[in-house]
Ligand binder design. Sequence first.
Ligand SMILES: COc1cc(O)cc(Nc2ccc(C(=O)Nc3ccccc3)c(OCCC[NH3+])c2)c1
Length: 343
Amino acid sequence: MPVERTTEFRAEELYKYYKVYETIGSGGFAKVKLGRHILTGEKVAIKIINKKDLGDDLPRVKLEIEAMKNLSHQHICRLYQVIETSTQIFMVLEHCPGGDLFDYIIAKDRLSEEDTRVFFRQIVSAMAYVHSQGYAHRDLKPENILIDEDHNLKLIDFGLCAKPKGGLGYELMTCCGTPAYVAPELIQDRAYIGSEADVWSMGVLLFSLLCGDLPFDDDNCVVLYRKITRGKYDNPHWLSPGSVLLLNQMMQVDPKRRVTVRQLLDHPWVMKDHNSPVEWYSRQLLGHIDEDCITEMAVNMKRSRESTTALVREWRYDHTTATYLLLLSKKQRGKPVRLCPQP
Ligand SMILES: COc1cc(O)cc(Nc2ccc(C(=O)Nc3ccccc3)c(OCCC[NH3+])c2)c1
């Protein structure tokens, strides 16, 4: 397969550190393959982007990579390493074997209010953190939420994210990207606050979890946009009064009347049966240095602990960053903090 050989030749950096297996997802200008980090033995996902397919979307990929370097949270898929060649970009990402929330909802038809609440609290946690870091996701939908091996949610694909100063080009593209989840103010192409638009999308997401359907849908984009800007939708009979109220508070056409993510943290519906507000602080602080991981790396790299620490602290998102983060992930999951010595 000449293509594979060509790919292999130009990505020796990738194959030096990872075993690469089958494709597990593809769409747009990227595909995702299963991989394994050789030194730690940990599974990863490898997003492969062919620059020639990007066209003028290259800035979007660079923006996502920069955002991912600043986002470290228990409900956000982690970026471990970036490898760039003349023709491709490889993003080595956290392995989330539970697939995406879209497939999960389809398989379950719809979720109970209790099951929805567990997942929705994790989405609120991730979004409160993303907003606290000054970002808006802007493309929230079940396809962009994965399930990890512990049945926890992980937010992915920050390709449309941006600091709230916006960037009009993306809004127009977002409108064409995933209409059913787009807030009315984006459709009317007005200046908007990213965090407010995210809350609308979270409302659509909550509706799809509870109902297994979309609140606004139509094959015709123009009709769909009219429905969204009207903001009227039917509440299925099985929804509790509390669910109906929360959905209404999130899918307010006027963004200034919409509930905020901060208010969601201790909203009565969110607190029900949990009796505690959503914990949104990151449990994986950026820049945190774990001594056990440093020790194991220093031994393996035949370097002093000080120089190993200095190297990790550069956060280059090269193989050193990946090795450190994957070792830390092993430790957090109760696995031995060990590297497999290479022949
Ligand atoms: C920040 O995290 C990102 C950013 C981004 O742009 C894309 C992705 N995409 C990912 C990441 C991980 C997986 C994955 O681990 N999938 C998987 C693994 C084992 C079994 C089944 C699925 C991923 O999967 C894509 C297909 C899921 N429908 C995409 C993360």
